[in-house]
Design a protein around this ligand. Structure first.
Ligand code: GDP
Length: 421
């Protein structure tokens, strides 16, 4: 079995959690490689409906180890809540591991995330307010604390005291109440104690699985358009959701990743701010959003919705070189008689199929072609042959435009509503 990265090919929320859950039934190790608890992967399977934030979607396979990788940022307090939620619903979390090099998201990061958004005002980023950006900022600025540091209580308390002293100056400048370093450290240490021996050195663990030719999944969060380097900066996340980021964030040498699955929705959605060329507005958007249930799993915010943007998905393919793509939510389009697909952008009187940087993308107009809809329910289809001819035509067009073959088709939220082709 190859080592497989599962990455978002649009703006995020493509259904990576569901695809990971499907493939994790045959996996030995599942690793989240970037991001934090700002993720909201909704998984629907025989155990119920779950919203996962930091724990990999391999958690429903009791035999798989689920590693929160070194490239993630971890809020120990919310991680404990997530473990409790799963345990309360009968899902064992004994096989969850946290990389000891993962950085901690601390309460001041959460506060600074919200204050920073407030200061940005009209040009806010639309973050989930989980402190993920500020935690990565501290990591890059070399002020961060890593998970292993909880093991040495005295040193940890000293490190927290120094950090809180610095952050309190900023919080006070914003007119906020200063934080109590002692209390903050107590809370972190209490959560760390709950994690017990789940905080581990990631590389030996990964090497052990790889040496046994184990089946490994690398689960991404968000999508190419939110990549820190290649996305719609500054409306991006603070890490790299591209497959290139999977190598560093999981501790898997690049040559070992043999399969890269790009997950694309059959249309587009975006949470947060930033350019989104195919965005729909008004009643058409409301109808699509309602039908598709497009509300953020972490924030409950209504998602922005629009038609499939082949320029964006092909851009994701250019950056990831997908071996194959999984097209999710095909069923959502069952009711449309005609389905527009953006194939190029018009910009400054010229047409382009390249992805311009943010300021220019804001001015770009999508150039559409229109595919005929199928107007038949696809939710019960379990094979390619059971799909209407026009739905297959739409999928073929998507595959051609992106440049990669389709290996999976989603026709409903449940695990079983997945066609493997
Ligand atoms: P992720 O963050 O990429 O895992 O995506 P989200 O979980 O945020 O959003 C995907 C949403 O679509 C979730 O509510 C899933 O349950 C749902 N979903 C995934 N695949 C399908 C599908 O094929 N059809 C339908 N109708 N819903 C799907």
């Amino acid at each position: 079995m190859p080592i497989t990265a599962i990455v978002g090919a649009q703006w995020g929320d493509e259904g990576k959690g569901k695809i990971t859950d499907v493939l994790a039934q045959d996996a030995d190790l599942v690793i989240r490689f970037q991001g934090g608890d700002n993720a909201g992967h909704t998984v629907v399977n025989d155990r119920g409906e779950f919203k996962l934030h930091l724990i990999p979607a391999g958690i429903f396979n009791p035999d798989a180890v689920n590693l929160i990788g070194p490239g993630t940022v971890v809020n120990l307090l919310t991680l404990v809540e997530e473990l409790d939620m799963l345990e309360a619903r009968g899902i064992s979390t004994a096989n969850v591991r946290v990389a000891d090099r993962a950085h901690l998201v601390l309460p001041y990061h959460v506060m600074l995330d919200r204050l920073d958004e407030r200061e940005r005002g009209r040009r806010k980023l639309g973050t989930t307010g989980r402190g993920v950006g500020p935690a990565y900022a501290d990591k890059v600025a070399r002020h961060g604390l890593q998970a292993y540091e909880v093991r040495d209580e005295r040193r940890f308390r000293e490190r927290i005291a120094r950090s809180v002293e610095l952050k309190n100056r900023i919080l006070e400048a914003y007119g906020e109440q200063p934080l109590d370093a002692g209390q903050l450290a107590d809370d972190q240490l209490e959560a760390a104690a709950r994690l017990g021996d789940r905080i581990v050195s990631a590389l030996p663990l990964v090497e052990d699985f790889v040496s046994r030719d184990a089946r490994v999944l690398l689960e991404g969060q968000l999508g190419a358009m939110r990549d820190l380097d290649w996305g719609i900066y500054p409306f991006v996340t603070s890490s790299n959701p591209l497959a290139g980021g999977a190598s560093i964030g999981a501790g898997i040498p690049p040559r070992l990743i043999t399969r890269v699955i790009g997950v694309v929705k059959a249309y587009s959605t975006a949470v947060g701010e930033g350019p989104f060329p195919t965005e729909l507005h008004g009643p058409e958007a409301d109808a699509l959003r309602e039908r598709a249930g497009e509300y953020g799993a972490t924030t409950g915010r209504p998602r922005r919705v629009g038609w499939f943007d082949a320029v964006a998905a092909r851009y994701a393919h250019r950056l990831n070189l997908f071996t194959d793509i999984a097209v999710t939510k095909l069923d959502v389009l069952d009711v449309h008689e005609r389905i527009p697909i953006a194939v190029r952008y018009r910009l400054n009187g010229m047409e382009t199929d390249d992805m311009p940087p943010t300021g220019l993308l804001e001015q770009a107009q999508p150039v559409y072609e229109t595919a005929p809809g199928w107007c038949v329910a696809t939710t019960s289809a379990r094979s390619r042959e059971a799909l209407p001819r026009r739905a297959l035509g739409y999928l073929d067009r998507v595959s051609t435009l992106v440049g990669a073959p389709i290996s999976m088709i989603g026709v409903g939220p449940e695990r079983k509503a997945t066609i493997l082709t």
